[in-house]
Design a protein around this ligand. Structure first.
Ligand SMILES: O=P(O)(O)OC[C@H]1O[C@H](O)[C@H](O)[C@@H](O)[C@@H]1O
Length: 527
């Protein structure tokens, strides 16, 4: 059994605090020293990705102290307990098994009377069989015609991850001949979301995937009715156009309203569910089950790296430790994810939920207030778009915001043009390289308005090309990073009580059970 202790009680954390200010990026990232760091401060990930931390405010001494912290906080041992089936989600008294959807990292885990790895693989196989039948025309609409579009209805974890993954692989699949069906997504309870998606969809040839782990989410159930209404108006039988993905214990699980139902369970948090049936259904329908399997393999390979006790061989743990150093010792309140890849346009939105819903906590696993900052604010946009938007603050603003770049050597589609001696892909990569050094080193100017102080830390994950395996590895990296940070902060990263209050009050507003400010706002909004 491991010891769960608050970060500020650990001796290695106290030692780490003494390192504050010891690394000046404007100096160490300049000249030969910068070149050495760029070469050596790099850790291999799975699927030919590398995590490079040359431009972080660390040196060998800080790294030594981070390694001591990893050991004292028993990070790898805690991960081991997690994948061997301990009740890590103390708030909800649940196991945490999302890594098991992509592999068996440790001992078999039995829960609810079944072997959990077997259960997840069974669901994958059921989805694969269903998707193959849709693709080969064994499952069709009532007129015997093939389905051409899949529309996912879900919100939060039942939307963001699957949507980001779909967008990440859409062009890759088209280029590689594995694209099967267009996918669309309806998430918001704003009627304009469902109405606009439905208006652009040939509903007679669409299969809808209703995704809700709990089966009780207001937005999703409302959108289900919205879609059923549209299907009825088109003279179609909704039960022949809709499948469900839910947990076996949810109210949806036993309903006859669906063509088929696929299951996840309570041991997979919504924001960790992209590799479960939640992502599996839409991605297998859109790209084929083989592509989904390759995505899982990439995630599994990255999960294996997270078992390593050596911080130079465990990129997620190293990334997590540096993040906590930045948050708690250096005092940086936010971080930004900047993929230099248009395919990852919704990846930052997914990471917002993954990170902030997991680690936005003020009490530890035992319900006691913690005296130190926990999860940072996280936001992002693809580069180079972000450069023409919010980078001004990142370069010259009063807050230092650590940056997390992601870039690939090759584009997905391969169509490119050479202008002024370079392709667009080279221009994209040149920009990310330039930004790393610009942020770290800055540039002196006598005109203070044009002066760049530098000293702004960044990391970069570099890959060959964004494909199913690299995407899986990338996703697993961030999931595992968030998990390790939760361990360091001694918080439960797997529940989300903070989202409840607003939902309860919204119900009161709709029932007109309001007074005070709530009543006035209800009137102002004409509810
Ligand atoms: O999948 P569902 O049960 O419908 O939940 C959808 C989402 O809503 C909740 O409010 C939570 O904040 C999210 O963690 C969850 O992913």
């Amino acid at each position: 059994m491991t010891n769960w202790k608050n970060l500020d009680t650990l001796d290695s954390y106290k030692a780490l605090k003494a390192c504050k200010g010891s690394v000046d990026l404007t100096t160490v990232m300049a000249g030969e020293s910068g070149a050495d760091r760029a070469k050596n401060y790099s850790v291999p990930m799975a699927e030919k990705l590398t995590y490079n931390f040359a431009a972080k405010e660390v040196d060998d001494t800080v790294l030594e102290k981070l390694a001591a912290l990893a050991k004292e906080a028993e990070l790898v041992d805690k991960f081991q307990e997690l994948y061997n089936g301990a009740v890590i989600n103390t708030g909800e008294n649940r196991l945490v098994l999302h890594q098991m959807t992509r592999g068996q990292l440790g001992e078999p885990v039995k829960a609810d009377g079944v072997d959990k790895r077997t259960f997840y693989v069974e669901q994958q196989n059921r989805i694969a069989e269903f998707a193959n039948k849709v693709h080969n025309g064994e499952i069709t609409n009532a007129a015997g015609e093939k389905f051409t579009t899949v529309v996912q209805i879900g919100i939060g974890g039942s939307d963001l991850g699957p949507r980001a993954m779909y967008l990440a692989l859409e062009n890759w699949a088209k280029k590689n001949g594995t694209f099967k069906m267009d996918a669309k997504f309806i998430s918001n309870v704003d009627p304009d979301d469902a109405a606009a998606v439905l208006a652009s969809t040939d509903v007679a040839h669409a299969i809808f995937v209703l995704v809700s782990k709990s089966g009780t989410t207001l937005e999703t159930l409302t959108n289900e009715s919205f879609v059923k209404d549209a299907l009825a108006k088109a003279g179609l039988d909704a039960s022949k156009h809709m499948i469900a993905v839910t947990s076996e214990t949810s109210p949806l699980a036993k309903s006859d309203d669906y063509l088929a139902a696929f299951f996840m369970d309570d041991y997979i948090g919504g924001r960790y569910s992209s590799t479960s049936a939640v992502g599996g259904a839409v991605l297998s329908l859109a790209f084929g089950p083989d592509v989904f399997a390759r995505f899982l393999n990439g995630a599994a390979a990255e999960d294996e790296t997270a078992k390593n006790t050596d911080i130079r061989k465990n990129p997620a743990m190293l990334d997590a430790l540096i993040g906590v150093y930045e948050r708690n010792v250096l005092g940086y309140p936010a971080t930004t994810v900047l993929p230099y890849s248009q395919a990852l346009s919704r990846f930052p939105a997914h990471l917002q939920q993954l990170d902030m819903e997991s680690n936005g906590k003020s009490v530890n696993r035992f319900g006691e207030p913690v005296d130190y900052p926990t999860g940072p604010v996280i936001f992002g946009e693809p580069g180079t778009n972000g450069q023409h938007s919010f980078y001004q603050l990142l370069h010259q603003g009063t807050d230092i915001v650590p940056l997390q770049f992601i870039a690939f050597k090759n584009s997905q589609i391969g169509t490119d043009v050479e202008i002024q001696g370079s392709t667009s892909q080279k221009k994209l990569c040149a920009n990310v390289a330039a930004q790393i050094v610009a942020f770290a080193c800055g540039k002196k100017d006598e005109n203070s308005n044009k002066n760049f102080k530098g000293g702004r830390p960044s990391s970069i994950i570099i890959g060959e090309q964004l494909d199913p395996e690299t995407l899986g590895a990338l996703l697993a990296h961030f999931e595992n990073k968030v998990m390790f940070q939760g361990f360091l902060w001694n918080i439960n990263s797997f529940d989300q009580e903070g989202v409840q209050l607003g939902k309860v009050l919204a119900k009161k507003v709709l029932a007109h059970e309001t007074d005070g400010a709530l009543k006035v706002f209800s009137d102002l909004l004409n509810i």
